[in-house]
Unconditional design. Structure first.
Length: 198
């Protein structure tokens, strides 16, 4: 899975930047990616998508039955949150015409370690977005703390040139209260914005 995450990029995506992800963040991202693309036991694709984004369509019915992952109560349980958020991402990327999915799990908390992790992850993602994201790429942002995720996304896209991310999909998972803040920040870049409630 680690190889597929790092090698499915297009040639013009900055791979050296991707290689700088902190071990904790890399683990979280890869776990979330695995949850998005693997057959973890959860609700079937034909079941109502309670977390579905407003501008997505339901996936075609499937014979594969999957078990829903409950929302974790511990914001520090990275693995549990990765799988919970992964099922939401999976519901909202079904049918998306993109082989290039880049999920980022935004850390919760206000400790020095948490703030440091978010700052270094921000520098990584901001650098990638500022240099340009190829058409067809889907960027996913999610985390245990919707407010932190919304703040992170808003800052990442704040200085991006208008209409420079056309044909790029940005999916954000968070609380309904943060929807407008996030969509307003991303929409001006020309990207297709999807927001899914967690």
């Amino acid at each position: 899975m680690a190889n597929s995450f790092l090698t499915r990029t297009r040639p013009d995506m900055n791979r050296s930047a991707l290689n700088k992800v902190l071990p904790w963040v890399a683990c979280a991202v890869l776990t979330l990616l695995a949850a998005c693309t693997s057959g973890v036991k959860g609700k079937g694709a034909d079941a109502p998508a309670s977390h579905a984004a407003s501008n997505t369509t339901s996936a075609a019915p499937s014979d594969t039955q999957l078990t829903a992952v409950s929302k974790p109560t511990d914001p520090n349980d990275t693995r549990a949150w990765a799988f919970y958020l992964g099922q939401i991402v999976r519901e909202n990327t079904a049918g998306t015409k993109s082989d290039h999915l880049y999920p980022y799990l935004v850390p919760a908390g206000n400790s020095e370690d948490a703030n440091g992790l978010r700052q270094r992850q921000f520098e990584l993602v901001h650098g990638i977005v500022a240099r340009g994201v190829p058409a067809g790429v889907t960027l996913v942002f999610a985390g245990p703390d919707s407010g932190k995720t919304a703040e992170f996304v808003t800052e990442v896209f704040k200085d991006v040139q208008a209409d420079s991310l056309k044909d790029v999909i940005v999916l954000v998972v968070g609380d309904a209260a943060d929807r407008e803040k996030v969509t307003s920040a991303v929409r001006r870049t020309g990207a297709t914005v999807r927001y899914a409630n967690m």
